[in-house]
Design a binder for this molecule. Structure first.
Ligand SMILES: *Cc1c(COP(=O)(O)O)cnc(C)c1O
Length: 392
């Protein structure tokens, strides 16, 4: 009986164009990826600065493994917290201009653990509707009263926050939104937070490394301090090219998380070699500003080209450039056609995005060349012309 139910569930997904499959790939340097018997130009990775394939970072990983072993051997609070982790935490605190930082094994766990450590039954959590699933799950798991406000609607948020009278209040937002590529109005959010004695937590998984003069992300680009954004979350598997995540903030915040964030306490620490590799990549993020400049130039080139071809790009200045398709079947078909044409671009469908908002999520990297972008634009033009859109 149970198996029948699962079969039904899987069949339903298939009939709705929502079935997900994994691609068995082999990542290469220069923004190329092998899939089946083809080498494709990769336009769906979050490796915005190309650091996952950087020689210096790879060597730091190798050396780190020789020095510290392949794994950490335990959780941080037992004996897994090595010199490598500690040094990286101090460097991330400096980098973000916060008193301290705390490493988590993944971004999902950082978000879940932080939100549930700070808010409980009787407290209030407010989240943008388009927040990453890990932030939404944190809100749900916490047991607090959980409200989602319409995307970037700070007027609505303000009403909701001021109506909450008892308990702690926590406002949570993506910095750069992961499926849309646009950014949160952090100045407005921080005003609302300060007026209402609420916490503000910003998940800048897609802004760190990419935005700001030294890659400090949206908070650096907007010149916001710890007072404005007391809880800053970043991931290390995107622009940093490695793996893991961190929370940066005050000494008190970090101590609280060490004592009570269950996803910090009850999990094995990252391999220290990963921390060593991330220390090398952090240096490159800060120093090699040409990577950000080149990425910005490629974004501008892509947007200009797409506008000339009347491609329905969603408004975004980030390396996440979604092309709205609407129907989930069409999005999948376009993604398949792009593979035929030599490009890997992922189709993003519900429930990751709302019904009727399926899209191709095109991501750019400093590893791309001007010619890669031109070739993608040509292919998109051809494929786009062969479809009629039902996007709303
Ligand atoms: C990727 C991502 C996460 C999760 O980070 P992982 O380290 O991959 O678990 C969290 N928030 C946002 C906005 C993300 O894009």
């Amino acid at each position: 009986m149970t198996t029948d139910k699962l079969v039904n569930y899987l069949n339903t997904l298939q009939s709705k164009g929502l079935y997900r499959t994994r691609k068995n790939t082999h990542n290469q340097k220069n923004a190329r990826i092998s899939f089946r018997d083809k080498t494709l130009i990769n336009f769906c990775s979050n490796d915005y600065l190309g650091l996952s394939v950087n020689e210096t970072v790879i060597r730091a990983l190798q050396k780190g493994a020789e020095e510290f072993g392949a794994g950490s051997g335990s959780a941080h609070l037992i004996c897994g917290h090595s010199h490598a982790h500690h040094a990286l935490e101090e460097e991330l605190a400096d980098f973000t201009g916060r008193e301290r930082s705390l490493l988590f094994s993944t971004g999902y766990m950082a978000n879940l653990g932080t939100i549930t450590a700070l808010c409980k039954h009787g407290d209030h959590i407010f989240e943008d509707k388009l927040n990453h699933a890990s932030l939404l799950d944190g809100g749900l798991f916490s047991g607090a009263k959980f409200k989602r406000y319409p995307h970037n609607d700070s007027v609505r948020l303000s009403q909701l926050v001021s109506a909450a009278t008892e308990g702690e209040k926590l406002i949570v937002t993506d910095g750069v939104f992961s499926m849309d590529g646009d950014v949160a109005d952090l100045k407005a959010l921080s005003d609302i937070a300060q007026k209402n004695a609420a916490w503000l937590m910003v998940d800048d998984a897609h802004g760190l490394g990419v935005l700001g003069k030294t890659g400090g992300g949206l908070v650096e680009a907007l010149d916001l301090t710890t007072d404005d954004v007391p809880i800053l979350m970043g991931t290390l598997g995107k622009a940093f090219g490695t793996f893991g995540a961190f929370i940066a903030g005050s000494d008190t915040l970090i101590e609280t998380l060490i004592q009570s964030a269950r996803t910090y306490i009850y999990t094995t620490a990252l391999p220290p070699a990963i921390a060593q590799a991330t220390r090398a990549s952090l240096k490159i993020v800060i120093e090699e500003t040409w990577r950000r400049e080149k990425l910005q130039a490629l974004i501008a080139q892509f947007k200009t080209g797409a506008a000339q071809l009347h491609l329905p790009l969603m408004p975004s200045d980030s390396p996440i450039q979604p092309l709205l398709v609407g129907d989930s079947f069409h999005a999948s078909q376009m993604s398949d056609q792009l593979i035929e044409a030599g490009f890997l671009v992922s189709a993003i469908r519900p429930p990751t995005v709302p019904q009727g908002k399926s899209r191709l999520r095109i991501t750019l990297s400093a590893l791309h060349q001007v010619d890669d972008i031109n070739r993608l634009l040509d292919a998109l033009d051809t494929i786009h012309q062969s479809y009629s859109y039902n996007a709303k």
